[in-house]
Structure formats: C-alpha cells, structure tokens
Design a protein around this ligand. Structure first.
Ligand SMILES: [Zn+2]
Length: 137
C-alpha cells in the first residue's frame, strides 16, 4: 500500500532497521526502558490480517519471529519473550516482541506498547542495542 509506513520501508517514528530477514524487516525503537527489550518484525508484503497470508508466508514469518525472539533472549537476557499483533492504527501485519523479567513490569499480563511516561533511550544506546541484536541474529 502506498501510504503504509511499513511498506515504504523507511525509518519512521522512533523505529530503526535492525536487519532484513527472508519474509520480514526487523526494527527496534527508542522506547527500551520499560521492558528488557522490544523489537518489531514486519512482514515484507502488505497484509492486514494473519489469515491473508499464504501458508508459505505464514511459515516464513513465524520462522523470522522465532529467530528474532531467540536472538533477543541471547542478546538481552530475560525470563520470557512476549508476542503481540494488534495493528489497530498500523494494520500492516507486524509482530511486537517484548522481553520481560519476572520482577519487571506487567509480568503475567499482556504487555502494553504504550510509552506514556517512558523516556526513550539515547540515540547512541539505541544504536548499541540494535548492533547487539544484529550480532545475535
Ligand atoms: Zn504495508
């Protein structure tokens, strides 16, 4: 879609590209203070709903998400990776991956991507985290 920010594949908001995988692009944002780490895996092809993916797309997208989750857990030790797809505002299929700790916020609850009151990390820290995740992939 021409007006979809994920389809344009250019950095937007606080997101920066980590890498390109088989079926997706991986991004990390600047809001990394609430949880251990957060990343987004965005499908390369524009689809609004999971049921619109072909079986091959579904398999490859899931594989990409699992690969990123494993790399996140390696690069940023945490107790659990949470996975979430919402897309109310940005319907292009993208998975939020969030590393959480048992003694951290929202443990045993669905994470929220709301960043109210959360300060972004510095640009240098964001770059450092991106490089750390990239190296673990
Ligand atoms: Zn799109």
């Amino acid at each position: 879609m021409s007006d979809c920010k994920f389809c344009l594949n250019e950095p937007f908001d606080d997101l920066r590209l980590v890498t390109e995988l088989k079926s997706s692009f991986v991004y990390m944002g600047a809001y990394q203070n609430k949880f251990v780490c957060r990343a987004i895996v965005s499908l390369k092809t524009h689809r609004n709903e999971l049921f619109e993916l072909t079986p091959v797309e579904m398999y490859e997208f899931t594989q990409d998400c699992a690969r990123v989750a494993e790399a996140m857990k390696k690069a940023f030790p945490c107790d659990k990776i949470n996975y979430g797809i919402a897309g109310d505002v940005m319907p292009h299929v993208h998975m939020h991956l969030v590393g959480k700790k048992k003694d951290g916020p929202m443990w045993s609850n669905m994470f929220s991507t709301q960043v109210t009151g959360e300060e972004p990390v510095t640009s240098e820290e964001q770059d450092r985290m991106i490089e750390k995740l990239r190296s673990a992939l």
